[in-house]
Design a protein around this ligand. Sequence first.
Ligand SMILES: Nc1ncnc2c1ncn2[C@@H]1O[C@H](COP(=O)(O)OP(=O)(O)OP(=O)(O)O)[C@@H](O)[C@H]1O
Ligand SMILES: [Mg+2]
Length: 154
Amino acid sequence: MRYWTLGKYLIFMARYISKSEGETVAFGRDLAKRLRPGSFVALYGDLGAGKTQFVKGICEAFKVKEVVNSPTFTIVNEYHGTLPVYHIDLYRMKDIQEIFGIGFDEYSEAGGVCLVEWAEKLDGIIPEKRFDVKMAVIDDTTREIIVDSPGGED
Ligand SMILES: Nc1ncnc2c1ncn2[C@@H]1O[C@H](COP(=O)(O)OP(=O)(O)OP(=O)(O)O)[C@@H](O)[C@H]1O
Ligand SMILES: [Mg+2]
């Protein structure tokens, strides 16, 4: 993991090779230590890349009791942990209008933790302060995960 500063912000970037679903979950649990009320995590990567597994790890860290799975049909799953966790899947969203239609800006300002799959759909409306989690399939059981905080951390 590398850290550097940009103005008053601490920037970090991590590249991790996950060898199993469990390692991806554990990495999500680790990232959760850096999340606060209002934090925003943008997840990128193809179908099956492991975004939802990573989200499961974050939810474990916040002691979420509900079942965590891809909210592809419901669009938003709201979990109740030590913080509210909003798990949003934008896969089926056609445009920014539709994304506002699901109340996107309310979730991102509700004081919980926002975890967004298919964040590339947010195009111009993605919060500047966030974590980007980019996941790529290497083979059946291996994933590359790159995490960074492009807008910096407090
Ligand atoms: N190293 C790994 N990390 C994460 N998942 C893995 C890994 N190896 C294999 N897998 C498998 O890959 C799949 C990842 O599924 P997951 O639902 O997390 O993907 P996703 O990126 O959320 O896809 P979608 O866009 O369809 O929601 C699971 O079936 C999981 O068991
Ligand atoms: Mg998913």
